[in-house]
Design a protein around this ligand. Structure first.
Ligand SMILES: [Zn+2]
Length: 127
C-alpha cells in the first residue's frame, strides 16, 4: 500500500540538513524509488514532522499525497510509484503555493496567464 510506504518514509525522514547521505540511502533502501533524487532529503519540515493530510490520488502504479509539516501551512507533494518490490517514494517536494504546481499564475483569461515567479515556473520547485 502506498500509504504504508509513505508513513514509513516520513517516520524516518531527516530533521536536519547535515544528515549523512550514505546512511540515508541505506535507511531508505526499499522505501524510495530507483530514480529518487537525494536532494529531496534536504526538504526538511519547518514544523519538525510531516503530517499526511490528503487521501491518495492514485492509479494502478502511481499515488500522490499532499503532505504538510506539522504546524506549517506549506504544502508538499509526495509521489509514490509501484516498482517490482512494492510501493516506493519517488519524490517529496515543496509545492508552490503561488500556482499550486501548475507553473503558471492564472490571469483573467488564458492569454493573461504568466509564468509563476515564485517557483520559476516549475510548479514543484526546490524550496
Ligand atoms: Zn509557482
Amino acid at each position: 500500500m502506498p500509504l504504508e510506504t509513505l508513513r514509513k518514509a516520513l517516520s524516518i525522514w531527516p530533521t536536519t540538513q547535515d544528515a549523512d547521505l550514505v546512511q540515508l540511502r541505506e535507511a531508505f533502501s526499499g522505501i524510495v524509488s530507483a530514480d529518487f533524487e537525494q536532494v529531496d532529503f534536504l526538504n526538511i519540515p519547518d514544523g519538525g514532522r510531516w503530517g499526511i493530510v490528503s487521501k491518495p490520488l492514485a492509479s494502478d502504479s502511481r499515488a500522490v499525497f499532499l503532505v504538510y509539516p506539522t504546524g506549517s501551512d506549506t504544502p508538499n507533494l509526495a509521489v509514490l510509484v509501484l516498482e517490482p518490490g512494492g510501493w516506493r517514494l519517488q519524490s517529496l517536494k515543496f509545492q508552490c503555493p503561488g500556482c499550486f504546481g501548475t507553473g503558471e499564475l492564472t490571469g483573467r483569461s488564458i492569454e493573461e496567464n504568466q509564468p509563476c515567479y515564485l517557483c520559476g515556473a516549475t510548479g514543484w520547485g526546490a524550496s
